[in-house]
Design a protein around this ligand. Structure first.
Ligand code: AKG
Length: 206
């Protein structure tokens, strides 16, 4: 695979990454290990996880992961053909949001949570470019649990790629025109047998 850039060996310093037509900021140890262990446990136990499905060729197909949608009452979100109404913010989600808001320089009114039970769970290529997110959305992605590969590819030239290992306690901010020009995925892997929770904080235009 032609990976154009990655920083598996770059240590734990925060980084700003400028891609062609897209910006990322990565904070590998945004939360301490103790905080991250606590959030992993609390979110696993307290979130209303569901295995949702989408229609493909007239048949329901289960998403290969568990999901949940939380936020302000006004922040319904439509993706993959279904409109999701938010559950109310929990104390842990409010705490995480308060920590990431000043760094992101952006207000968030909702969060999509994904629980990857092991390496067999995944998310396919897509961009977070739904109209209710606006033209250049700032999306803050928080990660707890197993490290998984976060891969990006340029929409008009799939040989242009980038990838990051999103580790326990990390924060990744996606911004600028990233969602217009790039897609991302979390592929399956046989190397991971443990769970991972990803939270993407968003602002939905009511
Ligand atoms: O799990 C991840 O890191 C990716 C999540 C994602 O792509 C999304 O929520 O749109």
């Amino acid at each position: 695979m032609n990976v154009q850039g990655s920083f598996f060996d770059d240590g734990d310093a925060a980084k700003e990454i400028s891609l062609l037509n897209g910006e990322l900021a990565y904070y590998p140890q945004f939360f301490t290990t103790v905080e991250s262990d606590d959030f992993m446990r609390i979110l696993t136990d307290s979130i209303a996880w569901k295995q949702e499905s989408m229609m493909m060729y007239g048949k329901p197909v289960l998403f290969p992961r568990l999901m949940a949608w939380y936020g302000d009452a006004t922040s319904s979100y439509r993706f993959a053909g279904t409109t999701y109404s938010p559950e109310s913010w929990t104390p842990a989600l409010v705490q995480i949001r308060e920590r990431i808001t000043p760094v992101s320089g952006h207000a968030f009114n909702s969060v999509l949570l994904n629980l990857y039970r092991n390496g067999n769970d995944s998310m396919g290529w897509h961009a977070d470019d739904e109209p209710e997110l606006g033209p250049e959305p700032v999306i803050a992605s928080v990660n707890f649990g197993a490290t998984r590969r976060f891969m990006l590819r340029y929409k008009n030239d799939h040989s242009r790629k980038y990838e990051l290992p999103l580790q326990h306690g990390s924060l990744l901010i996606m911004k600028g025109s990233l969602q217009t020009y790039w897609e991302h995925q979390v592929p399956k892997t046989t190397k991971v047998n443990t769970g991972r929770i990803n939270l993407t904080f968003r602002f939905i235009n009511p």
